[in-house]
Write a protein that binds this ligand. Sequence first.
Ligand SMILES: [Fe+2]
Length: 351
Amino acid sequence: MPLSRREFITGACAGAAAACIPGERRADAAEPKTATSAGSFSFVHLTDMHVTPKRKGDVGYHKCVESVRALACKPAFALMGGDLAFDGTYNTKADFAEFIRLYKEGSDGLGIPYYNCMGNHDALGFSSRRKVPVDDPDIGKKMIMDRLGWEKSYYSFDHGGWHFVVLDSIYPIQGKDGPTYEPRIGPEQREWLAYDLGAAAGSPTVAVTHIAAFCNRGQINGDPNYKAMDGSMVLWDTKDLRTVLERHKVKALLQGHSHRIEEYRLSGVWYLTSAAVSGAWWAGSWIGSPPGYTVFHCRGDELTWEHVPYPWEPHLEPEDAIERKRIAEQQAFDEEQRRLLERDRAGRRGA
Ligand SMILES: [Fe+2]
């Protein structure tokens, strides 16, 4: 019996043959067919794993890897969406080295190729809270790239007649107290992207970035004071990037950073933010998005996807009072939603 998307999301998928059933989201609607003879395969988008022994995050990451390995549709590869290791910005070099080692150990366990994308927490010392000197030779992206054998922070590759682009949204700048970043693609990378997409014309294309082009926290929370382009939640050059993606009819931009599932479609491009593998930094769900990842299916030049949670209970540390409170509030909200749903369906107005 075919599963609905909802049944898939609530956990019926792991290891079940039904994991091959495409979801309801399609990126081919109203788009011109390309001349490609693209094949059929699946891949996964794993993002914001922040691998760390804290809260047993390294054990949790292995659980996620097990879940991917148990998928009935074996993914051909994984796109790793950034914030891979927790955390280079305000930890010692020795600790960061261990987090990277744990990330690599877990990711190697996938048994499939994986493609790394740079996250803001993957850059050593890109914060005023840094624990390395500002002139440390490894500061920035170098340390994680060296240790993962990662040659260029943005690049592209082809698979099964499809084209994939990995973008670097961590634009290095010199801040007033040392090296840091702005959330940008930047003109040089954008020019590279335009020519890369030009050379791949005819192949259906998916791109991945860590920091999102779209992340609508203000609208989601109904907060009129939240400035959409404020802070570091979205790319500051999102319009320039969007223009290139639209011109080349890129099917989807896969996003991370916010730890919250979001899906938008604008001018022919899907903007998809996957759940974080770490959920709320290994302390349960983050604003309703449980720890999870996304499975994508490419069939011909059609793209469909499923958001997949995996089983992981948080292992909180004694000092995690804020996390305990947040989990309790989310549970109370979920319980109230269930109560109200029952009430609405029973038709007892005013109960
Ligand atoms: Fe991030």
